[in-house]
Design a protein around this ligand. Structure first.
Ligand SMILES: *Cc1c(COP(=O)(O)O)cnc(C)c1O
Length: 365
């Protein structure tokens, strides 16, 4: 069979081919049930087993402690920009660190619901770095401190866990959750839209410490009240059943991964490090291409880069498609190119991109 092209989309993004094949095999009849997962009652025993397995696998992969609830929600990360303050701000103070377009959106939305203060903000500097956390101004009585630990558009990633100075950390991890091991216990709340590294669009994952629940403001919609969603095991209303099923297959795929003597999430992380190093080393070795993010906070998942001569952009993208390298165009606010190399991108895909980068340069330099 012909190899599919490599897909560098920032999201919705590539899904492991093995998962797509398994889903195709199970499409008409899920394991002898006579039904597609799409056609099952969310309260029936089959789907109950699917969601329970997905939660157990997620807990195992990320080492989620028992005092944290795992919630399968809808609305994406942008809805969480409202749902977080509705649930966690008590209508009072919340602090935000702005390191890119997504955290900027988060703080703007939160202003509708609470008293927002920016603890740090790199907007004026064009979002290329993370200010030293010792310089952040965090209000002692803030209900939480919000960060975006991987800025998908700007390519800025936290390679450390910030110190909230006693204020619970809330993190938008949409574009790097499950790309690396994390210490969940350092966070009060983690949220992520699924369509980057977990599965299809339509599912939002929330991991929240149980002692923070139960303080939603009175106007919070019931379907978005974390305490309600937790009490009903994500079944307050119909959850996005098919997206949860695919996410479950992706989690099983992560558990099976092997690389460099490692297995599971450790293997995936080591492979992601190798992929990112290969790509950044290639870009750094050239004067034809440029990267603009400070080396200590370069994202392993989203690699924005520029051709020094922007006149060549259209030709670059056309040639890339011909070479089976899809969706490399940069976000409109940043320009240039962006290669998103999530878990589902194999090392071979990055090698193919690197070969194309060198070949294009040698033709045009
Ligand atoms: C994609 C993305 C979002 C937006 O997610 P939606 O599902 O479209 O709401 C927010 N934050 C980050 C970090 C993202 O990568």
């Amino acid at each position: 069979m012909m190899r599919r092209p490599y897909n560098f989309s920032a999201g919705p993004a590539a899904i492991p081919e093995e998962v797509l094949r398994q889903a195709a095999d199970e499409m008409l009849d899920w394991r002898g049930s006579g039904m597609s997962v799409m056609e099952m009652s969310h309260r029936g025993p089959q789907f109950e087993s699917i969601i329970a397995q997905a939660e157990a696998d997620l807990r195992e992969l990320l080492g989620v402690p028992d005092d944290y609830a795992v919630l399968f929600m809808q609305g994406g990360a942008l809805a969480e920009n409202a749902i977080v303050p509705l649930n966690l701000s008590h209508g009072e103070k919340a602090d935000y660190v702005v390191t890119g377009s997504w955290s900027q959106k988060s703080q703007l939305e939160a202003r509708k619901f609470c008293d927002v203060h920016l603890s740090a903000n790199t907007r004026e500097q064009g979002y290329g770095g993370i200010p030293d956390p010792s310089t952040w101004s965090i209000r002692r009585d803030a209900r939480y401190l919000h960060v975006c630990t991987n800025e998908t558009i700007d390519g800025v990633e936290f390679h450390f866990v910030p110190d909230g100075q006693g204020v619970p950390l809330v993190a938008d991890m949409s574009s790097h959750i499950l790309s690396r091991q994390i210490d969940v216990s350092r966070y009060g709340c983690i949220y992520a839209g699924a369509q980057k590294n977990i599965g299809p669009a339509g599912l939002t994952l929330v991991i929240v410490r149980r002692d923070l629940l139960g303080h939603a403001v009175a106007s919070c919609p019931t379907a978005f009240d974390y305490a309600q969603v937790a009490a009903s095991h994500s079944m307050y209303n119909t959850p996005p059943t098919y997206a949860i099923y695919i996410a479950g297959l992706v989690l099983q795929w992560i558990k099976r991964q092997q690389y460099d003597g490692l297995t599971g999430l450790a293997a995936v992380e080591a492979r992601n490090v190798a992929k990112a190093r290969l790509l950044y080393d290639t870009l750094d070795a050239s004067t034809f291409y440029q990267t603009r993010v400070a080396p200590d906070c370069r994202s392993r998942m989203n690699v924005p880069f520029h051709l020094r001569d922007a006149e060549l952009n259209a030709g670059f993208l056309h040639g890339a498609e011909q070479a089976g390298l899809l969706q490399l165009k940069g976000h409109k606010t940043v320009g240039g190119m962006r290669a998103s190399i999530y878990n589902a991108m194999p090392l071979d895909g990055v090698q193919a991109l690197v070969a194309y980068l060198r070949e294009f340069e040698s033709r045009h330099a």
